[in-house]
Design a protein around this ligand. Structure first.
Ligand code: COA
Length: 256
């Protein structure tokens, strides 16, 4: 695996770090594939009792790489790689802890809906700018976000798409703990170590039980969202928004 991911396993904890800090850990197809492989390997490893997903640099993840989005609009199969990553996340049997130091945008935030614990720095910012990009929600968020916060807050987050603070994320139930930046890793390791010391089968069964009520619905939603998302990527609205990002300007939807 190239250096876009760093994976280490120690004391029953597998740490997976997204490592593309100059691009705020925006996810390329190669990173999705690497994350999927790392998660599947950790989940199948009986030595691993907790998976921690974190990042290098000041951001958690700036979402899908926008240049890849533009390329994907002419390669419909490209969407299968992120879908397999999401399906893997949603079906992990090992507890997953996210460690969020800074920006978590798009799938950088929807990933969190699949985590069992989320620890964020007080510097973290969250954003779901799907409609702003001419796109629709992904990552199971059209199901999981209304379940978490109700329709109106979900609409606000997923459609208006303003960024929000770690404090707000905690109030919404998206984040368990908000801590100072310099104690983020220590707090995450502390919680991971506690979890890794618990009876492993009881933990796995508890996770499965909590997830079981929505699992089959979630699997169907992930596929439906990705198909609609892929269709939106080919739209003029999305083209305008994505080009605007690349050209560092505001999109103009007035002609639609
Ligand atoms: N895809 C591709 N490149 C991205 C990216 C993304 N999703 N997010 C950030 N980058 C790149 C920027 O283009 C910039 O590249 P450059 O240095 O070559 O110009 C670099 O990462 C740093 O980003 P910048 O915007 O300058 O940093 P910032 O600290 O001001 O803001 C973010 C950080 C994450 C808030 C901001 O980059 C952002 O909003 N990114 C877009 C997120 C997005 O819309 N994702 C898709 C969601 S569906």
């Amino acid at each position: 695996m190239s250096d876009i991911l760093r994976v280490t396993t120690e004391d029953r904890i597998c740490q997976v770090l997204m490592n593309r800090p100059d691009k705020k850990n925006a996810l390329t197809l190669e990173m999705y594939q690497g994350l999927t492989d790392a998660m599947l390997a950790a989940d199948a490893n009986p030595e691993v009792r907790v998976i921690m997903l974190g990042s290098t640099g000041d951001s958690f993840c700036a979402g899908n790489d926008i240049a890849d989005f533009i390329a994907a609009s002419s390669q419909p199969d490209a969407i299968k790689v992120p879908l397999f990553f999401l399906q893997t996340l949603a079906s992990l049997t090992t507890p997953l802890i996210a460690v969020v130091p800074g920006a978590a945008v798009g799938i950088g935030t929807t990933i969190l809906l699949h985590c069992d614990l989320v620890i964020a720095s007080d510097q973290a910012r969250f954003q779901l700018p799907f409609a702003r990009l001419g796109l629709v929600p992904e990552g199971g968020s059209s199901l999981l976000m209304p379940q978490l916060v109700g329709h109106r807050r979900a609409f606000e987050l997923l459609v208006l798409g303003d960024s929000f603070s770690a404090e707000t994320a905690s109030g919404l139930g998206l984040v368990n703990w908000v801590v100072a930046q310099d104690s983020l890793q220590a707090k995450a390791l502390h919680e991971a170590t506690k979890l890794a010391a618990l009876a492993p089968e009881a933990v796995r069964q508890s996770k499965a039980m909590l997830r079981s009520h929505t699992q089959s619905q979630l699997e169907a939603v992930l596929v439906a969202e990705v198909n609609q998302f892929a269709e939106r990527l080919t739209s003029e609205e999305a083209r305008e928004a994505l080009m605007a990002f690349m050209q560092k300007r505001e999109p103009d939807f007035s002609r639609f």
